[in-house]
Ligand binder design. Structure first.
Ligand code: ADP
Length: 603
């Protein structure tokens, strides 16, 4: 990213958020700049008044001015430190605010992006920035001190120009030269750090290798000591070379920077002394101009430092801004949407669908598949065949890279995500139970929005209602001990029943997707759970997923997925008769389960 682009993006993003969420912080930033400027000017004037009072004929007005100016300086400094304190707190709030917005963005972003490597890295980078707030502080402080530097330079330069305009030109010219050299030094140092970091990585790898007792065995057996020592010596030598090369450059540029600074200060102070000696300026003015020149000379290094701090802050904030831009483009819902017909069951059609996570290897490869409304289908295959990916595609969590997915004959991409998920009841591996009431865990909505009668009905249908009634708070009993020590933990079987109740609660869900919610159970328990789901599903279109073929053999249609292709499609009996991959897998698994059963019986 170009530097100026990064600066513009970082400053623009943070200030627009400050304006929207913490406008008082912006007022404080402006106040801080003005007060810092005022206190610096007052600080320059105080000694000149003091000297003028000692030197002058009538002490009274100078004394009055001195008292006023001192009171003003003390008041401004005190207000300034008060505002600085308040600013710190507001900076913290803006960090928390951004963290919350980031979290919301992630929740609403396309799942595909959130789950991807790029999405996770981008989120983590942005989260760190918002969580620690160091970049927010650096950006604001860098920006403020840069403004103060530039403004004080302009003020002092205009005041000094009354004495000698050419002096400003000399000072600006030499300061510019000083800036170029100091900047060169900083850049050289940055390059040295990069080169050094790469070499240090190799060096520390070697050190860790030597220290690792597990590897020590191999080092001794293969007599690798000499080899490793030579590699380490070479690495140290390269490190020394990098250091020496840059050290010379850094020393040279520092010498130039110091010489230009000396020359600049020498000319300015000599001229001032010359004017004072010739009585062209009073002692009070001498002290005043001396103070101004002193401030001006500190300007260059302060400017470079502020710019560096600002750049660092902008780098972090740009990461947050990038995440927001990226997720905005990947927002879920499309504009011209059509809803899924809520009166009928859902039919599914995949036309030549391909999907890949990395853009190279197709996890789903040219899939053609039709599932009629109300059909009950098993999707089976070994681990990694692409079953979960297909389910996530049906849910709308992923979008096919090519081909088309039709739901009830309508292209899925024309539907909004929310319209689509309203019609889908899906359960995945790992039972999501929240630390809220049982009723909320069934409805997956706040208690006030939950239809309690419907929850009771669903719990009765899955046979969990009586158990729930045993708890002292019934449906309002808190679940899990994650946040409440008194929360209840359901047994594995009860959790499965809760999941079924959750699916039943969604009355409009006419497509059920069961992606191995029973994977943690043994084969027999899974088989029984699937059979129970089957009794509940009624007219809905259902897709059962399992890698245990016995769990789904009772279904009319079984689709075997193999390395992203549909390898076989038919009833359990048909597929066994075909003597293909399904039959082979089924035989192997039956043997394994039989052996396991025998072993269990024996023990
Ligand atoms: P199954 O459900 O049949 O076990 P999956 O659909 O989970 O298979 O995975 C199919 C392939 O895609 C596997 O090779 C898996 O490693 C890969 N895969 C799954 N999820 C991701 C992901 N989020 N990022 C990258 N690759 C993935």
């Amino acid at each position: 990213m170009k530097k100026d682009n990064m600066l513009r993006k970082g400053i623009g993003f943070l200030l627009s958020n400050v304006l929207k969420k913490e406008p008082l912080l912006l007022v404080m930033v402006i106040l801080c700049v003005l007060l810092t400027l005022a206190s610096s000017i007052l600080f320059v004037y105080i000694p000149s008044y003091a000297v003028a009072m000692i030197d002058g004929n009538s002490a009274v007005p100078f004394l009055t001015n001195l008292i006023w100016i001192t009171i003003a300086y003390v008041s401004v400094s005190m207000i300034c430190s008060g505002v600085q304190g308040g600013r710190g707190m507001r900076q913290l709030y803006i960090g928390r605010n951004l963290l919350y917005s980031l979290f919301l963005r992630r929740l609403n972003a396309r799942y595909e992006y959130t789950e991807s490597d790029t999405g996770q890295k981008a989120y983590e980078k942005a989260r760190q920035v918002c969580l620690w707030g160091a970049d927010i502080r650096q950006l604001l402080e860098g920006l403020m001190s840069l403004i103060v530097c530039v403004a004080s330079f302009a003020i002092y330069a205009s005041l000094l120009s009354r004495l000698a305009p050419w002096l400003i030109l000399v000072m600006v010219g030499l300061s510019g030269l000083n800036y170029i050299t100091l900047n060169g030094t900083q850049r050289a140092n940055d390059r040295r750090m990069d080169e050094q970091a790469a070499e240090m990585r190799k060096y520390f790898y070697l050190i860790n290798t030597f220290q690792n007792t597990k590897i020590g065995k191999d080092i001794r057996l293969y007599n690798m000591n000499d080899w490793l020592c030579t590699v380490m010596d070479k690495s140290l030598c390269r490190l020394r070379k990098i250091h020496n090369r840059f050290q010379t450059r850094i020393l040279a540029s520092r010498a130039v920077a110091i010489s230009t600074a000396l020359l600049r200060d020498g000319i300015a102070y000599s001229y001032l002394i010359y004017q004072a000696c010739n009585h062209n300026i009073t002692i009070g003015e001498f002290v005043l101009y001396f103070g101004m020149i002193n401030q001006l000379t500190g300007f260059v290094s302060a400017c470079i430092q502020s710019y560096g701090t600002l750049r660092l802050g902008c780098k972090g904030i740009s990461a947050v801004s990038d995440y927001f831009t990226e997720t905005e483009e990947l927002a879920h819902d499309c504009q011209d949407s059509s809803a899924l017909d809520s009166t009928s069951n859902v039919s599914i059609e995949l036309r030549d669908v391909c999907f890949s996570y990395d853009g190279c290897h197709n996890v789903l490869d040219h899939i053609d598949l039709k599932i009629e409304a109300g059909e009950k289908v098993a999707l089976v295959g070994t681990n990694g065949a692409g079953k979960t990916t297909l389910v996530k595609l049906l849910c709308g969590l992923y979008t096919p890279q090519s081909g088309q997915l039709l739901l009830n004959g309508q292209p899925a991409e024309e539907m909004t995500f929310s319209q689509r998920v309203e019609r889908i009841g899906a359960v995945f591996q790992g039972c999501l139970i929240l630390p809220y009431s049982i009723a909320e865990n069934v409805s997956m909505k706040p208690y006030e929005e939950t239809d309690i009668l419907q929850v009771e009905d669903c719990l009765k249908r899955v046979g969990l209602y009586e158990a729930v009634c045993q708890f002292p708070s019934g449906l309002q009993t808190q679940m899990t001990r994650a946040v409440d020590e008194g929360g209840i933990e359901l047994s594995g079987g009860q959790q499965q029943k809760l999941l079924m109740a959750r699916m039943l609660y969604r009355r409009d869900a006419s497509l059920w997707l069961l992606d191995e919610p029973t994977a943690a159970l043994d084969a027999l328990a899974e088989s029984e759970t699937y059979a129970f789901f089957h009794t509940l599903c009624g007219e809905r279109t259902c897709i059962y997923i399992s890698h245990r073929l016995a769990s789904t053999r009772f279904l009319d249609r079984i689709i075997l997925l193999d390395e992203g292709h549909i390898a076989e499609d038919g009833s359990h009996e048909e597929l066994l008769r075909n003597q293909g991959k399904y039959a082979h897998l089924f035989e192997m698994q039956s043997k394994y389960y039989q052996e396991e059963e025998n072993a269990n019986e024996a023990s």
